[in-house]
Design a protein around this ligand. Structure first.
Ligand SMILES: C[S@@+](CC[C@H](N)C(=O)[O-])C[C@H]1O[C@@H](n2cnc3c(N)ncnc32)[C@H](O)[C@@H]1O
Length: 331
């Protein structure tokens, strides 16, 4: 490849970073199957999704009747053309409202879409108007704007199911929401999200990078989560605790700066310890708010990172077993 062309590709890759990860239909299906009851008679808005190509749009359009949706809206940001995997040279952002009337193909064409006056940024008034009309927002938003994106959903009190990076748990805004039981992790996490379609100019990195049978270029970062405020029965199931603290105290070191013990794996949480326990952030994937309280994130009493003999394990969440009332225990 000529040097100029290579440089151009590298520039595009740098610019788009991981904002240009397009979600695969198989990953949407394997998460969405757990939430079907929430969608009856609801307006779904995919506000970072090109209706012409988005698999979120495809999923909801194809399952429109089965889910009993009232309406589906997908809105698309005017991505600079060189970053886009869609070949359409967009003049401005656009959206499409689907009411279940398209026949078997369920796919809109260019003549069906409505152009925004602006670029379709999710923060623009035009997009916010659509947000206000909607009940549930489902998408994979731009990773670089995740905090702002989530803050907007919260401020408009919307139900949501969105993809983010596992590290989003370490954002204090996200932890606060989870602590208040206003949001929680979805079903699939890490390797449970199999990979994303990336544009031509994106480097196919990692051992699991591949090109699928349709020619899509796929990378598998294995570091994504679903964040939601739609309930599922899974999050009300207790973690089955097998280990014991008493008799095995040496396996559970005390923190230097907090009256609690450290646990490196969720499965090792002892069933007989009722004090404070520091656990890795992936605990939240198994967290049942009826079994544990989330006490604090990351810091000890001295407001420094939790440490053991001077060494800090990667972000810990302090939890404490809930004492279940007798009536609940026997229920
Ligand atoms: C991680 S990609 C996911 C795309 C699509 N939601 C999917 O899951 O296949 C994020 C998308 O957000 C779009 N985007 C970037 N900035 C945006 C903004 N300010 N407002 C709305 N969409 C934006 C990008 O063009 C990109 O298509």
């Amino acid at each position: 490849m000529a040097r100029n062309a290579t440089n151009k590709l590298l520039q595009k890759a740098k610019k788009s970073k991981s904002d240009e990860f397009y979600t695969q239909l198989c990953d949407i299906e394997s998460e969405l199957e757990h939430y079907k009851i929430h969608f009856r008679n609801k307006v779904v808005f995919c506000n970072c999704d090109d209706p012409l190509i988005s698999n979120f749009f495809n999923y909801f359009a194809s399952n429109f009747e089965e889910l009993g949706l009232k309406k589906l809206i997908a809105a698309c940001y005017k991505e600079p053309i060189e970053n886009s995997i869609n070949s359409i040279d967009k003049e401005s952002g656009y959206y499409y409202e689907y009411n279940g009337h398209l026949d078997e193909k369920c796919k809109p064409t260019l003549s069906d879409i409505v152009y925004f006056n602006g670029d379709g940024d999710f923060r623009n008034d035009e997009s916010i108007e659509l947000l206000k009309q909607s009940d549930i927002i489902v998408t994979n938003p731009p990773f670089s704007l995740f905090r702002e994106y989530l803050a907007q959903l919260v401020s408009y009190k919307k139900k949501f199911l969105i993809i983010g990076n596992v590290n989003a748990i370490t954002y204090k805004e996200v932890f606060k929401l989870i602590q208040a039981d206003s949001a929680w992790l979805g079903i699939n996490l890490g390797r449970g999200v199999s990979g994303f379609i990336v544009p031509e100019h994106y480097e196919l990195y990692g051992t699991e990078a591949r090109i699928d049978e349709f020619g899509n270029r796929i990378v598998s970062p294995n570091n994504c989560l679903w964040l939601t405020n739609l309930d599922t029965s899974y999050r009300h199931e207790d973690i089955n605790l097998k280990k014991e603290y008493y008799g095995n105290e040496s396996e559970y070191p005390q923190y230097d700066n907090y009256n609690g013990i450290n646990v490196n794996k969720t499965k090792d949480i002892p069933k007989d310890y009722m004090g404070y326990i520091g656990v890795p952030i992936t605990f939240l994937h198994k967290y049942n708010p009826e079994q544990f309280d989330l006490i604090k994130f990351r810091k000890g009493d001295n407001d420094k990172d939790l440490s053991i003999n001077g060494k800090c394990p990667y972000f810990r969440i302090l939890i404490k077993r809930k004492v279940k009332s007798e009536s609940k225990k026997t229920a």
